[in-house]
Write a protein that binds this ligand. Structure first.
Ligand SMILES: [Zn+2]
Length: 381
């Protein structure tokens, strides 16, 4: 299904979010003017991450990825109308700032190895000045062209001045940040292949129209989708470190709170954001502190062994499950402010890490959630 990327709005939500009945989904009043289309999700208009009721697993998974991007991407699965994208869009305002080289369209980090190979920084002679910028959350709209994703020849300067210039795409903007694909299970196959290539190499290579460009493109892939609307290819599923499920709250008091906050947000976004700004800042400090303590956190043999036993009991393929389990548990322990990674941290992250790694057992149609619960209860009592 093709979609016009023009329907993106300032909240990064799409026009059809309007028919999304979810109280938790970001939607824009029909009467407000359509802003110019931004490619980076704007901070101030998104529903504050801190104000999201429940959805602990999604919130934790995104914070884990923010603390340690090497955990891999985050896949958010849920039915239509569960507000899957709200937390992802709220993340943009939560992320800390980073140092970049001013003017570099690929946002090179000063002193990093990418500077010497970056098409901008390596050609400019003197290294650019350092500047601070927010870690970006870039939206890849469904229906986006390959040119928009990877970048293309800048036609305007080619036609007007005869210059062959490269117009960087979304992959350049996402470097060092997050790339978000809503309804990722509907993404066209050739774009999926492209994402897999770039995600694996951390580099975007464009060789066409007489252009030959390579630039750094390291990002955390975040996808959301409805499992009933199409399956994900195993290679893509494997790119995600964590897979979390979202559902509409079942408790009346939670539903009431969702509506109350959503209503307040829609009535006065600025006031709502201001009311939650302290909580937002607190969460941001927690991410910054966790990033700082990550390197010092040891993982004991007991935790490593428990991770291995869990994966063995569930029959996950290869060793990737264990690796992600350990990294996610360490990032979660860092967020927790703990001095060491404990079995409790492992227990907390296990469902998200393992849910999408279980092989189907034709003799046992028990859901993956139940199987993981059983194995966790047995191995991590
Ligand atoms: Zn650069």
């Amino acid at each position: 299904m093709e979609r016009n990327s023009d329907v993106d709005d300032a909240f990064g939500s799409r026009a059809d979010d309007a028919r999304d009945p979810a109280p938790a989904a970001v939607s824009r009043p029909a009467s407000s003017p359509r802003p110019a289309k931004p490619r980076v999700i704007e901070n101030h208009d998104a529903y504050p991450f801190a104000a999201i009721v429940g959805q602990d697993e999604v919130k934790t998974a995104l914070m884990i990825a923010a603390v340690d991007p090497s955990v891999g991407g985050v896949l958010v699965f849920g039915d239509r109308g569960t507000g899957k994208s709200t937390a992802v869009r709220g993340l943009a305002a939560l992320l800390p700032e980073r140092k970049v080289i001013a003017g570099c369209p690929y946002a090179c980090e000063p002193g990093s190895s990418s500077v010497s190979t970056c098409p901008h920084c390596s050609l400019s002679g003197t290294p650019g000045k350092a500047a601070t910028a927010r870690i970006p959350v870039v939206d890849l709209p469904l229906g986006a062209t390959e040119d928009r994703l990877v970048g293309a020849l800048d036609l305007e300067s080619a036609l007007a001045r005869g210059e062959k210039r490269f117009e960087p795409g979304l992959l350049a903007k996402a470097n060092g940040g997050f790339l978000y694909v809503d309804e990722i299970n509907l993404l066209e196959d050739h774009l999926v292949d492209l994402l897999l290539d770039v995600a694996a190499s951390g580099r975007n290579v464009v060789e066409r129209e007489g252009l030959s460009i390579r630039h750094p493109a390291k990002f955390v892939l975040v996808g959301s989708g409805n499992p009933e609307e199409g399956e994900l290819r195993p290679q893509l599923l494997d790119r995600f470190g964590l897979c979390v499920e979202v559902s509409t709250p079942r408790e009346i008091k939670d539903r009431v709170e969702v509506i109350r906050r959503r209503d307040a947000f829609e009535r006065d976004r600025e006031a709502f954001a201001a009311a939650w700004s302290k909580d937002t800042a607190k969460l941001r400090r927690r991410i910054v502190a966790a990033k700082a303590r990550l390197a010092a956190l040891d993982v004991s043999d007991a935790v490593l062994e428990a991770a291995a036993r869990l994966c063995l009991a569930l029959g996950t393929d290869g060793l990737r499950g264990e690796l992600v389990l350990v990294r996610a548990a360490r990032a979660f322990a860092a967020l927790d402010g703990a001095d060491a990674v404990g079995l409790g941290h492992l227990r907390k992250v296990a469902p998200g890490v393992l849910r999408h790694r279980l092989r189907r057992n034709p003799l046992d149609d028990t859901g993956s959630g139940v199987r993981i619960e059983r194995a966790v209860a047995e191995i991590l009592p």
